[in-house]
Design a protein around this ligand. Sequence first.
Ligand SMILES: NC(=O)c1ccc[n+]([C@@H]2O[C@H](COP(=O)([O-])OP(=O)(O)OC[C@H]3O[C@@H](n4cnc5c(N)ncnc54)[C@H](O)[C@@H]3O)[C@@H](O)[C@H]2O)c1
Length: 340
Amino acid sequence: MRVLLTGHQGYLGTVMAPVLSAAGHEVTGLDSGLFADCVLGPPPTDPPGLAADLRDVPAEALRGFDAVIHLAALSNDPLGSLAPELTYDINHHASVRLARLARDAGVRRFLYASTCSVYGASGGDELVTEDAPLRPLTPYAESKVRVEDELVKLADADFTPVFLRNATAFGFSPRLRADIVLNNLVGHAHLAGEIKVLSDGTPWRPLVHVLDIAEAFAAALTAPREVVHARAFNVGGEQNNVTVAEIAATVAEAVPGASVTITGETGADPRSYRVDFSRLRAALPAAEARRTVKDGAIELIDAYRRHGLTREAFERRFTRLARLADRQAEGTVNAELRPS
Ligand SMILES: NC(=O)c1ccc[n+]([C@@H]2O[C@H](COP(=O)([O-])OP(=O)(O)OC[C@H]3O[C@@H](n4cnc5c(N)ncnc54)[C@H](O)[C@@H]3O)[C@@H](O)[C@H]2O)c1
């Protein structure tokens, strides 16, 4: 298939592009390159791509593709809360616009990178399925809900949107993110020998390895239309529904000598949910998430050591919010987060 992959120079996109190419797809990227230089280790080989802001994508850019995989976004809660209007412009309005352009250009399938944080404060020990009420707690999560709501209305005989609600990712990507929980805690263990948990450690978090996400998208790309048409899928596996305290303990096992401190200073965290992934397994057996949190912790500590992750890079270059602030201070990104 000819696939347009937005966000191909991000954490997930950099891992997904080679998975799609290896599956025989012809991949073209689209990214404004906000984090293109946030690389740990040997630089990745990107597919051919268009350097463009999502908000400005011209209609012609969508012509000739069989499918769009839409990853480009301001990708986390703190970013969204800092600049809610930009989060809505990029994550919501520009995403819906992209989907309309895709449909008008005859693109038949549109895979949307949503998130399990749409469940927000679902709480309790019940596993949440795709039919659970959505209770987004942040502009980031709210923007994802709005896009799902609008894209489902675009579904018709020729256009199939699919909503892949990813758990929080972990694992090595050449374009690393250090601001997601496992990658972050392994970084602290590596740099300081201390795994510091600021909450009380009790909130549940569903996690998923970045390669398992890439494989789920690859499976959804070619699945029969009736299996995926206008449906949401939680992406992950129940074995990786873990508490923050369990994540910290797993990191301590992978990094001998590192100690765990649970400070509890931020108190209880309202975002706590355990997720049911059975719909994904039933519909797309090839997409079963196989990699464990322990696998990820071992892989990450090995990569951090091998590539010499420094504290400066960990705190600034690989932390999305800090990197954007630094680029704004350098004058290479403007107030609207367009490269300048
Ligand atoms: N990483 C996770 O844990 C996770 C979990 C659930 C969902 N997701 C979703 O998956 C997608 C990818 O996440 P990621 O972790 O790779 O994030 P990332 O920040 O590493 O990558 C996002 C990419 O989008 C690009 N981008 C941002 N704004 C843009 C714009 N206006 N125009 C063009 N390109 C733009 C950035 O340059 C970057 O390359 C996002 O939609 C995110 O919400 C991620």
